[in-house]
Design a binder for this molecule. Structure first.
Ligand code: R5P
Length: 298
């Protein structure tokens, strides 16, 4: 039988409850505490002996702590006699460091995925993992869930919009939304200075005059990418700009930056905990995840 295990972070527990209920399986929680020196303690609060376990990660910032918790929970699950271990990682941290950009750098996401595999994790499900390359480092089975078409429909986005990716790497994501809406898609050329982090954007042949634009992206971190794209599109005559993004890291100042760029609506998923903010709409994407991992339940 399949069992979902989550915790001890509250958002992981919340998502674990949603996933277990969508899959119709048992949910076992994990109790946790912190030692005075900052180390993490976890303890399974239920039985997983002989079960096929899906461990739900909670990797919101500080994501390093969330990842260590995940590793400890995986070890606890094996110790308790699980038959197999898979993980559901709503937001895969370090996915943007999926290659060496400057000499001397590591391939950070590879370290995380190889560590999981070395702990006996056979399957990983992730929501929108930034790049196929990031997931290519996991030697086991990988499920990369694209929730954007579902989110676009749930948010009732209209079909007569122009769907825009703020960079070349996101063209596939924008196209998936455009297809779901029966809309057109295009992209902006973005260049990031790898040393300073500064970004430069160029609309190229994209002409947004008189159009209602939806910017589609995987991550809102500082909000800089979305804000620059929105400002440029509005300056060049777009009638309105809405944003549809999967993961909002909820970094202080990011949403203010996005909203002050003239964006009229921001739609994000619940892969990470979200604040209650006017103009920020949060869509539960666990139904899409459950559909994709339903075959794990058999
Ligand atoms: C970049 O390749 C990603 O797809 C996002 O556009 C980027 O990580 C967003 O970061 P920020 O909000 O800091 O511009």
């Amino acid at each position: 039988m399949v069992v979902v295990v989550s915790g001890p972070r509250s958002h992981g527990r919340f998502l674990g409850e949603l996933l277990a209920s969508a899959l119709g399986v048992r949910h076992v929680v994990v109790d946790g505490k912190r030692f005075p020196d900052g180390e993490v303690y976890v303890r399974l609060a239920g039985d997983v002996g002989g079960e096929d376990v899906i461990v739900v990660a909670s990797t919101e910032p500080p994501q390093n702590d969330g990842f260590v918790e995940l590793l400890l929970v995986i070890d606890a699950v094996w110790e308790a006699g699980a038959r197999s271990v898979s993980t559901f990682i709503p937001y895969l941290p370090y996915a943007r460091q999926d290659r060496v950009f400057l000499p001397g750098e590591p391939v950070s996401v590879r370290v995380l995925l190889k560590t999981l595999y070395s702990m006996g994790v056979g399957r990983v499900a992730v929501v929108e993992a930034h790049s196929d390359r990031a997931l290519s480092y996991f030697p086991g089975e990988v499920v990369n869930v694209n929730p954007l078409p579902y989110m676009a429909r749930r948010a009732r986005l209209a079909g007569d919009v122009l769907v825009v990716s703020p960079d070349l790497g996101g063209v596939r994501r924008a196209a998936s939304v455009a297809e779901a809406l029966g809309a057109r898609s295009d992209y902006i050329v973005k260049r990031r200075d790898r040393v300073t982090g500064e970004i430069e954007m160029d609309l190229g042949s994209l002409d947004p005059r008189g159009l209602d634009v939806v910017i589609v992206d995987d991550i809102i971190s500082t909000g800089g990418t979305i804000a620059s794209a929105a400002r440029m599109l509005l300056e060049r005559g777009a009638r309105s700009v809405q944003v549809l993004a999967v993961h909002n890291l909820n970094i202080p100042g990011a949403m203010d930056r996005v909203r002050s760029s003239g964006v009229s609506r921001v739609i994000v998923s619940n892969t990470l905990p979200q604040p209650e903010l006017e103009g920020l709409e949060v869509i539960d994407v666990i139904p899409v995840v459950a559909e994709e991992v339903a075959r794990w339940v058999g």
